[in-house]
Design a protein around this ligand. Structure first.
Ligand code: NAD
Length: 328
């Protein structure tokens, strides 16, 4: 099949490209490199079954051509990362909402299967874990920029479900919980690569807040397996489905684990959220997915643990450290 991956030079999108190419599909990636990196897809360049287009999903004319010519669309392009969202709220809202509007509109016109990734952030201030797809949702005030990401993604969900309702567009909406693995950068505030990189370099690990907040981390290869199965399963169309790993750990526990597993001499430092993100920053204490729906629909079950994730991420940093040392 011909498969279009928007944001395919990003973390999840590039793993998706690798898997789909290995399965024999033809892949087109469109990415503006705002948070993605050429190095994520450099190994695919030159193949006859891979095409990279450096452009934005806001280019409607281009998107129409690419979607018309595809059998499947994975719309992974988005503004991501708490830091980026706090610093560039306009770009965040416009990329997410206008980008998805364009993609869904053309997928509907040309009747293409499409996957829209949403996020566990849409569960907002919910405290009753695990989070289920049909839970009521409460978010913070519009004056708190961190909620712009969640609200824009929620609007994407509404639009996708509206297209399903009105036109039976074959669309599946996936709420991704924290997804981690090689190629993810810590640059935009992602916690696992940030901690593991510091641990590998024996530098202090900085925990925001008291570290008692907890998260669940899914390995990117489990997530990508889930995404590719969902888009091929018609009973998932018009549904919102959590994908993640319910194994929970506090952020302080994560820092300790990163130190222990890498044999690091790093110290843990704590800094208040306000110092990083400004006064009034709101964070969620816990975020645990209920994955019963994904399990019932596609038999989804994570196969990789947090230890596997830390090992894989540490191996990547260790490799790049030794190649830097060799070329110095
Ligand atoms: N990784 C996670 O933990 C996680 C959690 C929840 C949801 N998600 C969602 O999964 C998707 C992929 O996220 P990721 O972690 O791979 O992030 P990423 O930043 O690595 O990937 C996003 C990609 O989109 C590209 N992009 C951004 N704006 C664009 C535009 N206007 N036109 C073309 N390309 C553009 C970026 O350059 C990047 O390559 C996003 O929709 C994100 O919201 C990810």
């Amino acid at each position: 099949m011909k498969i279009l991956i928007t944001g395919g030079a990003g973390f999840v999108g590039s793993h998706l490209a690798d898997k789909l190419i290995a399965e024999g599909h033809e892949i087109t990636v469109v990415d503006d490199f705002s948070t993605g990196r050429y190095s994520n897809v450099a190994h695919l360049e030159g193949r006859s079954d891979f095409r990279l287009i450096v452009d934005t999903v806001l280019n409607a004319k281009l998107m129409e051509e690419l979607i018309r010519d595809s059998d499947r669309v994975f719309h992974m392009a988005s503004a991501v990362g708490v830091r980026l969202i706090m610093e560039q709220p306009v770009q965040t809202i416009e990329t997410i909402f206008r980008g998805t509007d364009i993609v869904l509109g053309f997928c509907s016109r040309y009747r293409k299967r499409v996957l829209i990734p949403s996020t566990s952030e849409v569960y907002g201030k919910g405290t009753s874990v695990p989070f289920r797809e049909d839970d009521d949702i409460q978010k913070g005030s519009t004056s708190k920029h961190r909620w712009a990401y969640a609200c824009a993604k929620e609007l994407d969900e509404f639009l996708a479900l509206a297209f399903w309702k009105e036109t039976r567009l074959p669309v599946v909406v996936v709420r991704l919980f924290n997804t981690v693995g090689p190629r993810q950068t810590g640059q935009y505030g992602m916690v696992v690569p940030r901690f593991v990189k510091s641990a590998v370099n024996n530098e202090p690990i900085t925990v925001y807040g008291d570290g008692e907040q907890s998260r669940c981390f899914g390995h990117v290869s489990d997530v990508v397996e889930g995404l590719t199965t969902l888009i091929e399963t018609p009973k998932c169309f018009g549904r919102v489905i959590n994908i993640g790993n319910p194994e929970e750990i506090s952020i302080k526990g994560l820092a300790e684990k990163a130190i222990e597993m890498t044999g690091s001499s790093s110290e843990i430092e704590f800094i208040p959220y306000e110092e990083v993100y400004g006064a009034g920053f709101e964070d969620m204490k816990r975020r645990v997915p209920c994955i019963d729906r994904a399990n019932e629909l596609i038999g989804f079950k994570p196969t990789r643990t947090l230890d596997d994730i830390i090992n894989d991420v540490a191996a990547e940093f260790q490799d790049s450290k030794s190649s830097t040392a060799e070329s110095a």
